[in-house]
Design a protein around this ligand. Structure first.
Ligand SMILES: *[C@@H]1O[C@H](CO)[C@@H](O)[C@H](O)[C@H]1NC(C)=O
Ligand SMILES: *[C@@H]1O[C@H](CO)[C@@H](O)[C@H](O)[C@H]1NC(C)=O
Ligand SMILES: *[C@@H]1O[C@H](CO)[C@@H](O)[C@H](O)[C@H]1NC(C)=O
Ligand SMILES: *[C@@H]1O[C@H](CO)[C@@H](O)[C@H](O)[C@H]1NC(C)=O
Ligand SMILES: *[C@@H]1O[C@H](CO)[C@@H](O)[C@H](O)[C@H]1NC(C)=O
Ligand SMILES: *[C@@H]1O[C@H](CO)[C@@H](O)[C@H](O)[C@H]1NC(C)=O
Ligand SMILES: *[C@@H]1O[C@H](CO)[C@@H](O)[C@H](O)[C@H]1NC(C)=O
Ligand SMILES: *[C@@H]1O[C@H](CO)[C@@H](O)[C@H](O)[C@H]1NC(C)=O
Length: 455
């Protein structure tokens, strides 16, 4: 009678969003081992079992976990029920009620277990409290959880990090609820949500090892999927790409290892420095030889020659010797007005960053191409020769997948270098990170050495 009133009330007050959960009245899985003893109809065991199952809903709803036994040997029945840690007592009681009814109709074995989305019920003729025997069951017909993820390796790493952390939290949480949920960002759009829970008769250590086994099973079946569930007697693990639980959860961030970053740095340094040294050495030697050949009498005249050479309005090509010659399709001297227009007159809103050698702006050329424009600071010691060196250096490195130099512009005090725009961080690194200051330092030193050694 009371139950009917409660159910009616529930149905009246249930908001629409909760209907799908209530609607999931089917068990996730039922375990009635056919090698176990069967109880006979109207036996003492069956009566004890019925009595036990009747006591479970109300008793479990108090804390969400309950274990008891009824009857004397040899007809003793041991029973245990657990509700998911994020449901209230009303939902818990209702779920255990259904689970108890279902297990009676589905099984005749003297040992059985049933799992619902929000609760589980287990009984046996044997005492099983506090005993952990792991056998995991993966559910493989869950709605859209079969969909594969795009980057399975990284996904697996992030997911494992999440589950291991919440497993630890659940096992060793001083509140002994043995339940934890957590979320972790996998990409800008995607977050992974995880849930782990143990039956509270487990020790912390047993809970943890149960969860680790379940995570291991989940890894084999589902770590490349958008969701998965592993059920076992003493613990459950579940993850999905949307927040399927209703509780505050641990928010984790994946620690992208510093070691890996350092390795990338090492590779960059180890491959670039010798390249740079080579490029600069040959460049500066060539320039020195060329200077010598030309035998320019004084510096001012050579500066003028350089300016003339650099300011040539048509394309230029850079030879193996680091010479600028007319005719290249790739490198263009750009009109200052074009560059001004592209960067909205070097507006602050287009500023990408500031480095020791100038400021970098984002720009859009008339043909729609996105570029990064480096405006060399006027007070920079980078004179024409250095500008030329940089042009040569970058041009020589262009085949090495570095930032591509598209052109440059020189007018009076204004010295501009136009690079291909790369939206990721590598651009910062190469344009105003360590790369160029380092290369200039090297260029400067080697140029000086070149003066004396390249005879
Ligand atoms: C319990 O069973 C009833 C009747 O089968 C069903 O309508 C209800 O949604 C179920 N509740 C839960 C929590 O599974
Ligand atoms: C028990 O069920 C399994 C499949 O669920 C079956 O392979 C096995 O033969 C059954 N054993 C008996 C004794 O019925
Ligand atoms: C128990 O009953 C099931 C069917 O209800 C049967 O498959 C199984 O073999 C029985 N187990 C034993 C041990 O007799
Ligand atoms: C079950 O057993 C009781 C006595 O133990 C008996 O009174 C009752 O009629 C039996 N019911 C059925 C359905 O066999
Ligand atoms: C469990 O429930 C039964 C009735 O369903 C009640 O008599 C008993 O006191 C309860 N036990 C506990 C520990 O709450
Ligand atoms: C579930 O979340 C809603 C709000 O989203 C909250 O009002 C409700 O109490 C929660 N239920 C449980 C069982 O935590
Ligand atoms: C329990 O939770 C359900 C859904 O989250 C909600 O509809 C119901 O009002 C809650 N009951 C209590 C007693 O908090
Ligand atoms: C997902 O990946 C698994 C294993 O890599 C493959 O067997 C399966 O066909 C894939 N499923 C889909 C829907 O792509």
């Amino acid at each position: 009678m009371e139950r009917d009133v409660l159910l009616t009330m529930l149905f009246l007050i249930i908001p629409l969003f909760f209907l799908p959960i209530l609607g999931s009245a089917d068990p996730l899985y039922t375990f009635c081992p056919n090698d176990s003893r069967n109880y006979t109809h109207n036996s003492t065991f069956q009566n004890n079992l019925k009595q036990l199952l009747e006591s479970l809903p109300s008793n479990t709803s108090v804390t969400g976990f309950y274990g008891t036994s009824i009857g004397d040997n040899p007809d003793t029945v041991y029973g245990q029920a657990l509700c998911r840690g994020d449901v209230n007592s009303t939902v818990c009681q209702n779920c255990i009620q259904n689970a108890s009814q279902e297990i009676l109709t589905r099984c005749t074995s003297e040992d059985a277990m049933i799992w619902f989305e929000l609760c589980q019920v287990r009984y046996s003729y044997q005492m099983f409290f506090s005993l952990m025997v792991y056998t995991g069951k993966y559910l493989d017909d869950q709605n859209n959880l079969e969909l594969n993820v795009s980057d399975p390796v990284q996904f697996g790493n992030v997911l494992k990090y999440l589950l291991n952390n919440i497993a630890n939290e659940a096992a060793f949480d001083p509140s002994k609820r043995m339940f934890a949920t957590g979320e972790i960002k996998f990409s800008k759009e995607d977050t992974i949500y995880g849930l782990v829970q143990c039956t509270r008769d487990m020790s912390g250590g047993n809970c943890n090892s149960c969860l680790l086994s379940a995570i291991g099973d989940l890894e084999t079946c589902c770590f490349f999927r958008q969701g998965g569930v592993v059920l076992s007697r003493n613990c459950n693990v579940k993850f999905e790409m949307n927040q399927f639980y209703n509780s505050s959860s641990l928010v984790l961030t994946y620690p992208y290892s510093k070691g890996a970053k350092w390795k990338t740095w090492m590779v960059v340094v180890v491959t670039c420095v010798p390249l740079l040294v080579l490029a600069i050495l040959s460049g500066s030697c060539a320039v020195y030889h060329r200077r010598k050949k030309r035998a320019q009498p004084d510096d001012e005249k050579s500066q003028n020659a350089l300016l003339h050479e650099l300011a040539r309005p048509t394309g230029v090509e850079i030879t193996e010797d680091g010479e600028l010659v007319p005719g290249s399709e790739d490198l263009h001297f750009m009109n200052l007005l074009t560059i001004r227009a592209a960067t909205d007159d070097f507006s602050d809103s287009n500023k990408l960053g500031q480095g020791g050698f100038g400021t970098v702006y984002k720009g859009v050329l008339p043909d729609g191409k996105e570029v990064a424009v480096k405006r060399l600071s006027r007070r920079s010691w980078q004179g024409l020769q250095e500008l030329k060196n940089e042009v040569i250096l970058i041009a020589k490195l262009q085949h090495r997948n570095l930032v591509k130099l598209l052109g440059c512009g020189i007018e009076g005090e204004e010295k501009l270098l136009v690079y291909e725009f790369m939206p990721n961080r590598s651009l910062d690194f190469f344009i105003f990170g360590l790369f160029l200051p380092l290369s200039f330092l090297l260029a400067f030193i080697i140029f000086q050495i070149g003066h004396t050694n390249c005879l």
